[in-house]
Design a protein around this ligand. Structure first.
Ligand code: ENP
Length: 237
């Protein structure tokens, strides 16, 4: 019926398992979370519902149950470079993008939507945002993004993709629409914006990022032959 992929199989097991994994091993500083209540809160937001009538506010309970501190200076926002960002963030150890907080972690890369009859869950197809805006996945990421931006403090890091079609800063994006307007200006000291370009030879962008933290490491020395200084390098000079 819909153009999007259906609900991820074994959703309940994945969400519940990820939740326990997060609080036990990924980020044990987050304690006292009730993983079965968290699953129930996700379920009540969409099961047996019309998949075009789920609002961000339907996830308020889920957000409250999963909420924990986002350490100051650890927030990392991004557009169009998910893989690099999460490699660099290292499961919240280095930075904590939304996908490395409990709220994002439990459903990252998953899909879910309901139907009014049968099991109440549609495993065949789910609406895309083009088909209807108020679909369960879109509404979840909207409220999760707003909440995450409101909680973010100190230095706000953002990684954009200079090689993305449509430019590094897409106008209609989660970052532009739900995150930027929700920063708490009294809590934010400054913004650090990295614009990364695609480079053949996968490890180079990560090396550059590492050099931001360890600029005097020998691996980070920039050759004296200025002809090989690329425009992006000047960002770090
Ligand atoms: P995309 O389109 O590159 O990647 C979206 C994928 O990342 C989806 O598989 C989604 O899981 C997962 N994901 C992780 N965090 C977010 C998220 N935070 N979000 C939407 N999807 C997320 O990314 P987008 O759509 O441009 O979103 C990037 C935004 O995430 C940035 O604003 C960044 O600051 C923010 P699923 O469940 O949809 O399969 C907010 C919205 O953190």
């Amino acid at each position: 019926q819909w153009n999007g992929e259906g609900t991820s199989l074994n959703l309940e097991s994945i969400v519940t398992g990820r939740c326990y994994d997060y609080i036990q091993t990924v980020n044990p500083t987050v304690r006292n979370k009730n993983c079965s209540a968290i699953w129930e809160a996700l379920k009540q937001a969409f099961v047996y519902k019309d998949p075009c009538s789920v609002l961000p506010s339907d996830y308020e309970l889920l957000i409250n149950l999963t909420l924990h501190e986002i350490p100051p200076n650890k927030s990392l926002f991004w557009e169009n470079n998910k893989h690099l960002v999460h490699k660099y963030a290292n499961k919240g150890l280095h930075y904590m993008p939304l996908g490395d907080s409990l709220t994002g972690w439990i459903v990252d890369n998953l899909n879910w939507c309901g139907k009014p009859n049968g099991s109440g869950i549609d495993y065949i197809s789910c609406p895309t945002t083009e088909e209807c805006e108020h679909n369960p996945v879109e509404s979840f990421w909207r409220i999760a993004s707003v909440t995450y931006a409101k909680q973010s403090s100190g230095v706000i890091h953002t990684m954009l993709n200079g090689s993305a079609l449509g430019g590094a800063f897409p106008n209609n994006s989660f970052f532009a629409d739900y995150e930027l307007p929700n920063f708490q200006k009294d809590c934010v000291s400054h913004f650090e914006i990295w614009v990364m370009d695609d480079i053949e030879g996968a490890d180079l962008p990560v090396r550059i990022l590492q050099c931001v933290d360890f600029p005097s490491h020998p691996e980070c020395a920039i050759p004296s032959d200025s002809s090989i200084i690329k425009p992006w390098m000047t960002l770090f000079l």
